[in-house]
Design a protein around this ligand. Structure first.
Ligand code: HEM
Length: 475
């Protein structure tokens, strides 16, 4: 079978190349080694499934961008999808009409909610002011950085989805949900997860604890989301065109599109529940983790913080609020955020797609249905584009003439038709939170010293939990 695919590492029976990915702590190195050994296109096996890995930017453009439709299919382990989602629903795991319609609808709602405009800016800045107040209330104490960003970013996404933020009263809810996400993220990289590639393993009790965890996590998430939907249903005014949040807009659209009896319902309760999971997970974890990584890199590179403060003093010069129209003037700040995203490199293995039609890659005829991976993490560690790729160096994003350098290979939001749909929101959050936080505070290591930069593998890379000090800046 392997002869039909581009050459790659030798897979072990049943397991494929999965263990080799886990062998290297951070999950990137195996892919970097394979790229060096086999070139930018090779075959990687996850259990019994071959994936054609594309690990060079130009090759990704030729495939995922130029022949975009062919690469929009989505790979999913049927058993895992059934256990966690109850079937093929939502955005992240669907293809065809369900995916297209829901992706379009979500992007439309994000626009209506003000992404890219003043409306969303004011919501993020409001969260920023709560965050700053929280820090000031800590007085001499150390701040838990990840939790601080979880509350701020979680509140932004929760406002969008359900219309409320995580205030003091709602915080236990966020903590409970976050603990579930963390558990699931960690378990997803457990070698036992491979059992889900082989549904028969459940009869041998292999991986059953992982299956039970999926059911348990799903139950708790579902209960939370169903509660939100029920509360919206009690209050909704279907005659009112404007909606205050995503759930309300979806429920109205569902009613508008009600399919005749016997026909497939696209806007359904199952899809709504799964989209809420998708947006809640994708919207919180990624952005909050990136912001936490940014602070961790800052604490390990004090000279970077000095440059940031020098630029803020020169360009802003007061403790006024920084807004999106300041972004182009803050070159070093942008470079710092770019480098934080590149080094955080959140997805060691990108979300897996499948081919929607037959294609030819490196002279091999690859049939529709085969797995394909746009391996963005390898591109962001490419030493030809980013010399000394493991070194944190924002200056690599600054031209000799002082302008911000556009580097095409910086692709943390992926590439092609399934590129991250929350990119606009994430970019606003990364800039507004980072710039305002650092304009108001100096970040200093806590008693334990600068945080570890060791990556904790999950679906996205997490930082080891750390605390630090925020010293108010004087003007
Ligand atoms: C720093 C923050 C973020 C990063 C680095 C990030 C990264 C990514 C990546 C790499 C993908 C995979 C694309 C692919 O399949 O090739 C993705 C997909 C996705 N992201 Fe994000 N993301 C971020 C923030 C967000 C936010 C804030 C939201 C929600 C508002 C979001 C929602 C989604 C969704 C729904 C998908 C699936 C899109 C589809 O399959 O069509 N993401 N993201």
């Amino acid at each position: 079978k392997r002869r039909n695919y581009p050459p790659g590492p030798t897979p072990l029976p049943f397991i494929g190349n999965f263990l080799e990915v886990l062998k290297y702590e951070a999950g990137y190195q195996a892919f970097t080694n394979w790229r060096k050994q086999f070139g930018p296109i090779y075959t990687y096996w996850l259990g019994p499934f071959p994936f054609i890995v594309i690990s060079e930017y130009e090759r990704m453009k030729e495939t995922f961008v130029k022949d975009g439709d062919a690469y929009t299919g989505k790979f999913g382990l049927e058993e895992a999808t059934d256990l966690f989602r109850g079937g093929k629903y939502g955005i992240i795991d669907t293809t065809g009409e369900t995916w297209r319609e829901h992706r379009r609808f979500a992007m439309h709602q994000l626009r209506d909610f003000g992404v890219g405009r003043d409306l969303m800016q004011s919501k993020i800045l409001l969260e920023m002011s709560f965050l700053a107040k929280d820090i000031e209330n800590h007085k001499e104490g150390e701040v838990k950085v990840q939790e601080m960003f979880d509350i701020a970013v979680g509140s932004v996404i929760n406002q969008f989805l359900f219309g409320y933020r995580f205030d003091e009263e709602r915080l236990p809810e966020l903590r409970q949900l976050k603990a579930l996400v963390k558990l699931q993220m960690e378990k997803a990289s457990d070698p036992k997860a491979i059992a889900l590639c082989f549904p028969w393993t459940k009869y041998l009790s292999i991986g059953n604890d992982f299956r039970e965890l999926l059911i348990q996590v799903r139950g708790q998430f579902w209960a939370f989301f169903q509660r939100q939907i029920d509360e919206h249903m009690k209050e909704i005014d279907f005659d009112q065109d404007e909606s205050k949040d995503y759930v309300e807009a979806y429920l109205k659209e569902r009613r508008k599109r009600k399919a005749p009896v016997g026909e497939k319902e696209i806007f359904s309760n199952e899809n709504l529940m799964n989209i809420l999971v998708d947006l809640w997970f994708a919207g919180l974890e990624t952005t909050s983790n990136t912001l936490t990584w940014a602070i961790a890199y800052l604490l390990n590179n004090p000279e970077v913080q000095e440059e940031i403060h020098e630029e803020l003093a020169r360009v802003i010069g007061s403790d006024r609020e920084i807004i999106m129209s300041d972004k182009n003037d803050l070159v070093y700040m942008n470079a710092f955020i770019n480098e934080s995203q590149r080094c955080a490199n959140l997805l060691p293995v990108n979300l897996a797609h499948v081919l929607e039609k037959d294609v030819v890659l490196n002279g091999y005829e690859i049939p529709k249905g085969t797995g394909v991976l746009a391996q963005i993490s390898t591109v962001m560690l490419d030493d030809k584009v980013f010399p000394e790729p493991h070194k944190f160096n924002p200056k690599r994003f600054i031209e000799d003439n002082g302008q911000l350098k556009k580097v095409d290979e910086l692709i943390p939001f992926s590439i092609g038709k399934r590129q991250c749909l929350g990119e606009g929101l994430a970019r606003m959050e990364l800039f507004l939170f980072t710039a305002n936080l650092l304009n108001r505070f100096k970040v200093k290591p806590g008693r334990a010293g600068p945080p570890s930069l060791k990556k904790r593998m999950g679906v996205t890379m997490c930082v080891e939990t750390f605390t630090c000090l925020f010293e108010p800046k004087t003007y």
